[in-house]
Design a protein around this ligand. Sequence first.
Ligand SMILES: Nc1ncnc2c1ncn2[C@@H]1O[C@H](COP(=O)(O)OP(=O)(O)OP(=O)(O)O)[C@@H](O)[C@H]1O
Ligand SMILES: [Mg+2]
Length: 179
Amino acid sequence: MELNRAEKVIKNYPDTEVLKGMDLTVREGEFIGIMGKSGSGKTTLLKVMGMIEPVTDGKVFYEKDNVERISGREAARIRREELGFIFQEFFLMDSLTVLENAMLPLLIGKKADTAGKERARGFIRKFGIEGLEEKMPSELSGGERQRTAICRADDRPVRRDSKAQKDRIKSLIRRDSKA
Ligand SMILES: Nc1ncnc2c1ncn2[C@@H]1O[C@H](COP(=O)(O)OP(=O)(O)OP(=O)(O)O)[C@@H](O)[C@H]1O
Ligand SMILES: [Mg+2]
């Protein structure tokens, strides 16, 4: 039986085109893995198919019903009782930008001077999230959020291969998977 179907789905955020005409049918009993690099749109696809985000264009069906015809209340019931989501989440301050989150330990320690800012920018480059400094956490992909949190955790220089740093990253990731 068909459970969930995306048909020519387009999903844009204000400044990003994410899904560009996606087709996917999910049938009962199937196990599906979706792979793609960070920021490529995997979570967006789940949100659209799970009726959390509206599509920009195209159609989504849940058990043969076009989700446009499913009320918000019914969609909430389906999400609660029939679909199960485990989202990537991270403990970032929602009201601070990526750069401010990365600098949080410095801000708290009152060391947010030019040198501190430069160091935070260095971590932002090292973890591949440059260009996102002024974004808010709600505008990031899950992996981008994780990497912002890692920048924040990484508030003092440690060797790349140091056990302390690896342990810190591992415990952050473990916290994420429990969230
Ligand atoms: N609410 C939002 N507003 C604006 N842009 C967003 C929003 N959510 C996601 N984006 C952007 O849309 C793109 C896709 O994000 P998405 O969360 O679907 O990626 P992903 O494939 O799940 O990545 P990851 O593997 O890091 O979890 C990214 O470029 C992200 O920055
Ligand atoms: Mg994701």
